[in-house]
Ligand binder design. Structure first.
Ligand SMILES: CC(C)(COP(=O)(O)OP(=O)(O)OC[C@H]1O[C@@H](n2cnc3c(N)ncnc32)[C@H](O)[C@@H]1OP(=O)(O)O)[C@@H](O)C(=O)NCCC(=O)NCCS
Length: 308
């Protein structure tokens, strides 16, 4: 099948599967390695970062990615063929334990899930979306919870909570614990405390009777503009982090923080809010879906990238 016909069929199937998906982007000439199969094409890319880089806190040092366009009566068949072809490129990562292969697929375009599983990939990370005005459900408001902007004096508390979140998230392989991460997180948090976007502070603290027990980090335009390529909406917000101290979970603090964030997004005329979460997280997955989110993109990972 001609590549333009494959892309047209792929685009049509995605539009029917999910109205919130943007039109698939075209690939820049000369970018990555093109793979092709009957009824399918793919772009394979690789990115490497140094162990000391700040991004190393949130990703493997080497990440291989495959972007696919699928067509035909059973689009899972070309996906299987493209994955088989990709294995050859991935075999070069045989001596790289800190690596991952990742395939990001529209969550509701479920074709090819079985092929991904057969090649050893697991659905690991979701980019979820909450269209404006979605109603959420949750516990009744907790008396005594106050949400306030983060101040420089909150630095140590915020770093402690962020380290706690990293230890929790590391269980699901969405982050890797790194030596020196406390220093990197302290610098990043110090910068964030002073960050204001569209007049709105990025970091907010939840306190119960004066004790800080959780925080939320929101991104508004223009800082959240990067997220626009993932959703068919004009004004997009990103909920970067929400965390509640272990001793305060399941008591409504998270709902209060999410409610505050959604109010900030609504006041700024945000049409869709996006956030990432680990699918295997037994706390965040039900929490976000009760707050009005649903899956938009699912990233399937294999750690390490090479098979065997
Ligand atoms: C995920 C997290 C932020 C949620 O915050 P939280 O303060 O625990 O959540 P809340 O108490 O506001 O909401 C959940 C509770 O609401 C209640 N609830 C949920 N739906 C409800 C409904 N429809 N009606 C009444 N009550 C409801 C339940 O008591 C539920 O707790 P339970 O399922 O343990 O019984 C928090 O658990 C956390 O920080 N987890 C660890 C780190 C993490 O996963 N962070 C998110 C990364 S994306």
């Amino acid at each position: 099948m001609d590549i333009d016909v494959i892309v047209a069929e792929h685009t049509k199937r995605l539009a029917a599967a999910d109205a919130l998906l943007p039109k698939p982007q075209s690939w820049a000439p000369g970018e990555g390695t093109r793979l092709s199969a009957r009824d399918g094409v793919a772009l394979a890319t690789r990115s490497r970062i140094a162990a000391g880089a700040r991004e190393a806190l949130w990703r493997p040092l080497t990440e291989y990615q495959l972007d696919v366009r699928l067509a035909g009566a059973d689009p899972g068949v070309p996906l299987g063929a493209l994955l088989a072809e990709w294995e050859e490129l991935l075999s070069e990562a045989a001596d790289e334990p800190d690596s991952a292969a990742a395939v990001t697929r529209p969550s509701r375009d479920t074709v090819g899930c079985a092929e991904l599983l057969r090649h050893g990939f697991s659905p690991t990370r979701v980019l979820a979306v909450r269209p404006a005005d979605r109603l959420g459900s949750g516990p009744p408001a907790v008396p005594g919870v106050r949400i306030r902007r983060a101040e420089p004096a909150d630095l140590n508390t915020l770093v402690r909570l962020r380290l706690e979140l990293r230890r929790y998230d590391a269980q699901f392989a969405v982050v890797t614990l790194r030596p020196g991460e406390e220093r990197v997180l302290t610098d990043a948090t110090r910068e964030l405390i002073g960050t204001v976007s569209s007049g709105v502070p990025a970091l907010w603290i939840a306190e119960l009777y004066g004790k800080p027990l959780g925080f939320v980090h929101v991104q508004l335009p223009p800082r959240s503009d990067w997220a626009g390529e993932y959703v068919a909406a004009e004004r997009v917000g990103y909920l970067a982090v929400l965390h509640v101290a272990e001793e305060a979970r399941s008591t409504g603090v998270g709902t209060a923080l999410a409610g505050h964030a959604h109010q900030l997004f609504d006041e700024e005329g945000i049409e869709a809010v996006l956030l990432h979460h680990a699918l295997a997280n037994p706390r965040s997955t039900p929490f976000w879906y009760a707050q009005g989110y649903r899956p938009l993109w699912t990233t399937w990972y294999r750690h390490p990238a090479a098979r065997g």
